[in-house]
Design a protein around this ligand. Structure first.
Ligand code: SAH
Length: 349
């Protein structure tokens, strides 16, 4: 790529229109190119067959379409696929395709590494290198959709921002990627099929509500007691549960959409009545459903999945209080593709 060549996907539709007008071309060309880029996910200017050869040559001279490459792809016995994706600057992120009978879900990353320090999460062991750009987030979705068609013969149906990184610390790019994924000028997917998972940054959750986003919100709670949460998730020290609760009440007031709490139960950490009743109390204040996630070991002796009896105790306690609780089976564990296991094991960043 030469110095003068710009990444075309950094341009807005308006900027593309300006480009064509200033080159003596009709502005509707911009709409065509935009659709090739964001609706049809074109990887090459030569794919843009409704443009004349001379327009394509001019575009090739002025721009590039930055691409990521699938560096390694691993397939689990349960159909889960994990990708290590190489970005244009050589850094890598991971994304996962999770098939079920009804759905194909893409679990995508928002940052290279992570700046948070959740003690039970493998990604926390990588330092944060940089935020992903909107096109890099979008490309993960396209890659997984293509793999879904190839290996599962059905389209991608859902997206979860639950891969590497904290999406609310890359707010602008994450929302820009969702715009490209949901807009009729882009992939046209329903925002109801998208879930953003956050460690629970209160200020940013309020911002999401103010920005009237239409996608779903999940919060990695793991404990409704500050003492425990701060110990395993240091972010809780600056962002305590009272603030989180207030931000979720605000979210619900503005969006009327229930939040999902993600919650792992660990032996000796949160597997007792005290933690259960704190969770029930919080769920009564904020309309929620609770996903009880199985712990995926990251080889840290402090953390061990709680017993089946303790998980049942939670399910019973929550259900008795009319809170929807589901136990989530882990997927793709054999290839380290499950929640919290994304750590670029196969590669060195
Ligand atoms: N930063 C975001 C998204 C990435 S983590 C967030 O915190 O939500 C995606 C989910 O995996 C979170 O709910 C996280 O708490 C959970 N998780 C992390 N490590 C895990 C592990 N070892 N086992 C099971 N779930 C884990």
């Amino acid at each position: 790529m030469s110095e003068s060549q710009q990444d075309i996907r950094k341009l807005t539709l308006e900027q593309l229109q300006d480009y064509f007008t200033s080159n003596g071309q009709a502005p509707f060309r911009a709409k065509q190119v935009y659709e090739w880029l964001w609706k049809k996910s074109a990887k090459d200017f030569d794919d843009m067959t409704n443009l004349s050869l001379s327009v394509r040559e001019k575009l090739k001279a002025d721009f590039i379409i930055k691409q990521m490459e699938v560096d390694t792809m691993q397939r689990s016995t349960d159909g889960t696929i994990k990708n290590a994706l190489q970005l244009h600057d050589g850094l890598r992120v991971e994304s996962v395709l999770i098939p079920t009978k009804k759905r194909i879900t893409a679990c995508i990353s928002s940052q290279v590494g992570c700046s948070l320090d959740c003690h039970f999460c493998a990604t926390a062991r990588l330092k944060k290198m940089r935020n992903l750009d909107p096109d890099e987030i979008y490309d993960q979705v396209v890659t997984i959709h293509e793999q879904s068609m190839e290996y599962h013969h059905r389209p991608l149906t859902n997206i979860v921002y639950m891969g590497m990184g904290e999406p609310l610390l890359n707010y602008h790019n994450v929302l820009a990627s969702i715009e490209k994924i949901t807009s009729p000028k882009g992939l046209g997917m329903s925002p109801k099929r998208i879930t953003l998972s956050t460690v629970g940054l209160a200020k940013m959750i309020r911002k999401l509500a103010d920005d009237t986003v239409k996608f779903n919100l999940a919060v990695s709670l793991h404990s409704a007691i500050d003492r425990t949460r701060s110990e395993i998730m240091p972010i809780n020290l600056k962002n305590p549960i009272a603030d989180l609760q207030a931000s979720l009440e605000y979210w619900y007031k503005l969006t009327k959409r229930r939040v999902t709490f993600e919650y792992v139960i660990w032996k000796g950490i949160n597997d007792d009545e005290e933690h259960l009743s704190a969770l029930v109390k919080l769920c009564k204040r904020v309309p929620t459903k609770v996903n009880l996630i199985q712990y995926n070991s990251i080889d840290d002796p402090r953390f061990e999945q709680a017993s089946a009896e303790k998980v049942d105790m939670y399910v019973q306690g929550l259900t008795d209080s009319r809170i929807v609780a589901k136990v989530r089976r882990s997927r793709g564990q054999d290839i380290d593709a499950a929640c919290g296991q994304l750590a670029n094991k196969s590669v060195v960043n």
